[in-house]
Every structure is written in structure tokens, then in C-alpha cells.
Design a protein. Sequence first.
Length: 319
Amino acid sequence: MASRKVKRNTSKQIISYTLDPEGTDSYGTVKIPASKTDYIRAGFNKVLYTIPTELVNQTPTTELTIISEERLDLNEFTGFKDTFSARYELPQTKKKYYVYNQSFESNNEKPYGSGNLGFSKVVFGPPQTSPGRYTITKELIDSGNDLKLSYQIRSFDKRESQSPTNLSVAQATAYLNRYVDLRNFYGKELKSPMKYNDYTTMELTKANLHWLQYGKKEKRLILSPVGIDTRFQRIRKSVGEAIATFAVQNTVTDFRQVGNTKRPPQSNGFNHAKSHIIKNEDMQEFDEWEIVGSCGTADNSEVGYYVDSSWWDIQLISN
């Protein structure tokens, strides 16, 4: 194959052209003379990137100072208006507290059922169709959201230890029920609940004599423990007002520590605090929710709950 002279233009650029594949011509070769250039290291490093061994530019530290804070209402961004959340409280009373008030069986031996605790003061939220109750509506169900119910009830037991001269039948029974050494002496096993007629007249008389001779000296007490119970209660109107209970809390109060029995400070009381989530799929229109409570004593004028530190919150939450 014969070599052909390279063609250039006026700028000495090689002119691109196509050779005849059937011909004998070729592009030829051009020899370029070699050359060498020496660079100073400092100048070379200014041009080419090298990984630094230390931080050249120190990043300044900036401390943020909060001038003011403002809570954002997400309803303003989503366009959804929450008309279902609520807070209910107890109406004010002159005494600043309420006593547990529920029915008792005719023989006054144990409480019968739980009573609505009366959270009928609407701080905000939907009005109550029944006093002290929250009603599930079709609009709430259609929203697809859940509800979180929370209560705090501050209870108290202000009863004083009794020191009678002679024990009544009820006091003698409580005296024997309370002290296992006395029951063992009389050969009586404790039953639950112990009823007055479980002891004979002679046993109750001996209990009274023991109280007069030794009870006060031994600093024994004439006072039965009291169980205070609080819970959420649902009334399902669609099923004949069927009742179901949730978030139960029970405290047994006494003057001293006996097993799980405890005596709260009379001046400060003690808190019952529970929460319960109502799932949207579990809601039915016209369901009513309330807080109920009971106290295990017929004489409950000194056992109750405070107005200012008791509340009921209903919070709308997305499921």
C-alpha cells in the first residue's frame, strides 16, 4: 500500500477525508519530536488536587437562641377541624371535693355497682348529651380517627381510727377480721367477705372484752380497709345499654402497710390515672362513655376525690 501525503489547511490542521476502501492509498505517518517540561513542586501542587492532611478552613460554630416558641395547629395546614377532642372536669363545690356515692345492698355489707363520678363541666369540646358522658357520633366514626381517653382522679381517705368504749357487732366483726391472731384464738378461718353471722354471739363478746383489756394498750385499730375503684365505662345503646368496663384502677387504703394494702397521706391523697384508646372500628354510633367509681364502705363521707386535681381528657388521634 502506497503512502499518501497528509493534507493540511491554512491553520495546519489535518483535513479529514475518506480513503477509497478499494484503493491502495493510506493516511501515512507523522513523527512528532519529543519534548520535556520541568515544573516546580509548589506550582504543580497548586494545579493538581491533593488530599490535605489537616483542616485548612475551620468551620465556625453557631449557637442558636430560641427567641419565642409557638405551637402550630396542624388543622390550619390540613384543613381538618378537630371538633371531637374534649376536656371535662368536676363542677366546683364549696367543700372542694366529692364523696363516692353509690347504692349499697340492704344489709350494708358491700357496695352495689359503680356510680358516675360527675365529670360534667365542659372546658372545651362537644357538649354532653347526658351529664358526665361522652357520646360517639356518626361524624367521628366517618372521620376514621381513634380516641384516647385519659383520666386522673385524686382520691382521699380521711377516716380516723375509732376508739369506742364498747364494740358494736360490726366493729367486733371488723376487729376479728383484721387480726389473724384473734381469729386463730377463736378457731375461725377468715372467709371473704366475712359476714356478721359468721361469728357467734359468744365470739363477738370475747372480741369486745379483748378490745377493752388489750386492744388500746396494743394500739390495735378498729377500722376496715377500704377499696376505692375507678374505671371507664361504655354504655352501648344499640345493644340494650350493655355495659363494658376499661382502664380499671383499684386502691385499698388502710392505716398501715399490710401486704398490698397502703394508707395514703390524708392531706395529699393519691392519684388514679389511666388511659384507654377507642379504635375507630370498635366505635358504634350513640355509644356513651363515662368515668365511674365506687368505695367499699357504707360510711363513705370521709372517702372521696378532689375537684381541682381531677380531670378527664378525650384526645383525637389518627389510626
